[in-house]
Design a protein around this ligand. Structure first.
Ligand code: LLP
Length: 429
């Protein structure tokens, strides 16, 4: 096991030469994704153990750049969309048909009617959502998201099940669902649970059993449930000392539980999963530049030209991302590691890339290879919930470009924002 006191290795997305080339061609900070790793992850997700068929949906909120969704779709991965805007974005930019999307949202989109008419699958996440769907589409098939009463996330902020989470219909209120379904003659064809991001596999497996019990209740009420969607949330190891969820191990007992369910209830349920993090997190990194070095009586600070605008996760969750140094010139020899606080460039003391694990209020110095101004830092594990979840334009820093390393080379998939674009909608009166 790698030591917590030694520098983390360079992200597998890039080689040191590619870091220098990408920084020269596109400037810093810049997001970089690897098609090779995205495809490897897609293939692992598609091999998830299942008894009677598997559908994998990509939770596009993890990284909404449409080149990524397109690449997954070529491999047969459908979409989980979390708003009407995501659905339209995927349709417009990636030409993904609405029939390939399941919408699970806290909000009813204004264009719901049109989206469903064009084939979008709808997952009602509250009694209000279900009633609204029933009014528009009486007699239709629908999915329901249930909060099964238990959850698990990498941090409390990414736990989406249990009594402190507002996602889905509370499991003790199924009678409301049955009543509304009767009122509008809806058939519940899919039950959905998603208990959190970075969830403990043991809890996920237990909830799979609880979700099967919920499906059984729907069958008793005469609903023709054919699919159980168990959400995403599979843990990845961003730091070398972290342990990722092994999808094969995690899915095996659930496959057996589906078989037992079929023996007991006579219904062979299809399995759906909708990972985001698993598919993209370690397929991405950020290349940034060291712009300053400062000391206080206690710490050495390394200031970079990235931070919250590209990667909010450390300041939000105390998330740990590997940080490796690539020297500006290939001829620079290796240097002794030093213990530093890596900081972003925003005027915000919370703009820290090395918080204490799980506690964004505290600092935790990190061992990194010695460096000077102008060297590059590569922040790994930033393919998920970074470009799509940034504090965009804070301090008026422009939105960063994204590049994809494909079989053809290094390709720009989003340009750097200009100041004109940043202020386009502002009206000076
Ligand atoms: N399905 C639903 C309904 C979801 O809400 C989510 C994530 C997923 C699937 C995918 O979960 P994943 O496999 O990516 O864990 N910003 C946090 C994660 C929030 C996830 C929100 N929902 C982070 O940076 O870790």
């Amino acid at each position: 096991m790698a030591s917590k006191t030694k520098p983390e290795p360079l992200s597998p997305v890039v080689s040191p030469d590619e870091v220098r080339e990408i920084a020269n061609r596109f400037g810093t900070p810049v997001y970089v994704y690897s098609q090779r790793i995205l495809e490897q992850q897609a293939d692992s997700a598609l091999a998830f153990p299942n008894a009677y068929g598997l559908t994998v949906r990509y939770a596009m909120k993890a990284n909404p750049n449409m080149n990524i969704a397109r690449l997954f779709r070529k491999r047969g991965i459908l979409l989980d969309v979390s708003s009407g805007f995501e659905a339209e974005r995927a349709r417009m930019k990636a030409e993904i048909p609405y029939e390939d999307m399941l919408m699970t949202s806290q909000e009813i989109p204004e264009n719901l009617f049109g989206l469903v008419e064009f084939g979008l699958d709808y997952n009602a996440c509250s009694q209000h959502q279900l009633e609204n769907f029933g009014i528009f589409f009486p007699g239709k098939e629908v999915s329901v998201r249930i909060n099964p009463g238990a959850g698990s996330g990498g941090t409390n902020r990414t736990n989406t099940g249990g009594e402190s989470a507002s996602f889905g219909i509370w499991h003790e209120q199924l009678d409301d669902v049955f009543r509304l379904a009767r009122k509008y003659e809806l058939n519940v064809k899919r039950v959905h649970t998603h208990i959190g991001s970075g969830s403990d596999p043991a809890v996920w497996q237990r909830v799979a059993g609880m979700s099967l019990d919920i499906v059984a209740r729907f069958l008793e009420q005469g609903h023709d449930v054919r699919t159980l969607n168990l959400g995403g949330g599979y843990k990845v190891a961003r730091m070398s000392y972290e342990k990722a969820t092994d999808l094969q191990e995690c899915g095996k007992p659930v496959k057996e539980a589906f078989k037992e369910f079929a023996r007991d209830k006579g219904v062979k349920l299809g399995l759906e999963i909708e990972p985001g993090t698993f598919l993209v997190a370690n397929a991405g990194c950020i290349i940034a530049k060291v712009i300053d070095l400062k000391r206080t009586a206690k710490y050495k600070f390394l200031i970079t030209d990235t931070g919250m605008p590209e990667v909010t996760r450390p300041s939000l969750y105390g998330a740990q991302h590997p940080i490796a140094v690539v020297h500006r010139s290939p001829s620079d020899g290796e240097r002794e590691p030093e213990r530093v606080i890596v900081s972003g460039h925003c005027c915000e003391s919370g703009d820290i890339l090395t918080p204490a694990p799980g506690d964004s209020e505290k600092l935790k110095p990190r061992w990194v290879e010695g460096m000077s101004r102008g060297d590059f830092v590569v922040i790994g594990g930033t393919g998920a919930y970074c470009a799509g979840m940034s504090t965009i334009n804070y301090n008026s820093y422009p939105q960063s470009p994204e590049v994809l390393i494909t079989g053809r080379g290094i390709e720009l998939i989003r340009k750097r924002q200009t100041l004109e674009q940043m202020t386009r909608n502002e009206l000076v009166i």
